[in-house]
Design a protein around this ligand. Sequence first.
Ligand code: NAD
Length: 515
Amino acid sequence: MLRTLCVRPAGVQAVLLRRWTHNIPAIDQPLNFINGERVEAANTDKTQEFELVEPATGKVLRKVQSAGKGDVNRAVAAAREAFDVWSDMSGMERGKLMTKAAQIVKENEDDFVKAEVIDTGKPIWEARYDIQGCTETIEYFAGVAPTIMGTHLPLPGGSFAYTRREPLGVCGGIGAWNYPYQMAAWKSAPALACGNTMVFKPSQLTPITAVMLAEAYVQAGVPKGVFNVIQGEAETGTLLNLHPDIAKMSFTGSVPTGAKIMANCAKGIKQVTLELGGKSPLIIFGDADLENAAKGAILANFMTQGQVCSNGTRVFVHTSVLPQFLDILLEKTKRMKIGDPFQEDTMVGATISKAHAEKVLGYIEIAKNEGAEILYGGERVIPDDPKLAGGYYLGPCILVGCHDDMTVVKEEVFGSVMSVLPFDTEEEVIRRANNTCFGLAGGVFTKDLSRAHKVVSKLQAGSIYVNNYNVYPVGVPFGGHKMSGIGSENSLESVNHYTQVKSVYVEANDVDCPY
Ligand code: NAD
């Protein structure tokens, strides 16, 4: 059990989690975490609360207090004060504390996994995979921390220059709801390794595991104030974004919100990393191993109820193998069990919210009206268990008869909707794959590696998979091209995004000056 750092204050109602009463005190305590502890928001006005709904059941779990201006100021001030201590430590010291935090998360893995399932409605095996993989991110950057260094540059006459790679200061992080723990870990780990401190705002739909991570950092000995979590919606995010002591924003979410974040950063000339939406192509050539290609197409479309930014939702299939590919794909998709996310064999859990499920169903309706044919799925499924009746479970949807001008083929649906698009030539498919304002990811299935690399070089996207899809090893940069974003997360690349270079000139001789 994760030791919680504060006792529930009087007056905060305990929340009974019904069937899923997991004894995770982390869930029903205050969810703003400032200067090393869970705190009540200063603004206790009830209008400053939002409801936390459990996707699996559709029931309201609790109310969460939004951080108002005073709370955001308090969090940024705590991070500002902690910055002096944290940035003064050696990388080795920071790395050791981060390694310990990762260890604490591992010791409490079950609680993290359950909290993530409660928050997101995703199948438990996926949540476990997310927690384990993203804890590796913390370990990776703990190892990177002592290696962050500048360069030495010889100059004439024994003079020299050197560069220092310095932290930026207090960084702001804002996350989306599909991978809540991942967002908190992918942003905090490189930021903290580089000596920055952070104020992080998770999505209002998934506020829990970021706070559990904050507790783990503090329990590991990371100084109070180094990683703070504030809760809220757009208003809280804007307060954070505009705060004058924020040196950089790292944002994951939709393109329209990303544009607002960037515009606000421009006002303060703040650095910004944007991880935004996508409408990625997955290309299956005629010589591909169709069994693997079908698996790849499912990984590229149906994980986390299809709510994955890098999904390859435009599946281009060579006409010579289209019927065989669809047979295998259909057979595998039909086997995906839909329902209780806490069952280990569940493959499709609940969509994040009623509103989002309706949006996804709306796209399917438009697709039908525009001439697409539903090969499979695309409807609401009500599981037998009456407790799940209020959740929004959607059957993974395969659309055929699609063409490039359809709304569902052009816009990001962010749900389990795969559009299958036949093609004939390599040149044609590259042109069609790139015909989008997005550029997050893409995939190629073929046995011909020279073709694979030729196509890869032409695809306009930040992450391309050859004969696989949607894997994210921490050592590999992840980020978007075009309107899918700016900058990268993961890997040594992100050190560049969380540090700034200072050049130091050192004169070894008399000053050469005519004055
Ligand atoms: P969203 O843009 O609606 O919200 C994202 C976050 O921004 C939330 O925390 C929200 O509260 C906050 N926010 C909203 N308006 C704000 C404002 N004006 N100022 C500051 N903060 C504000 O996105 P979402 O619905 O949470 O997530 C879905 C989107 O995220 C999809 O487009 C998806 O592709 C994208 N996404 C991208 C990646 C990536 O790595 N590229 C990963 C996951 C999700």
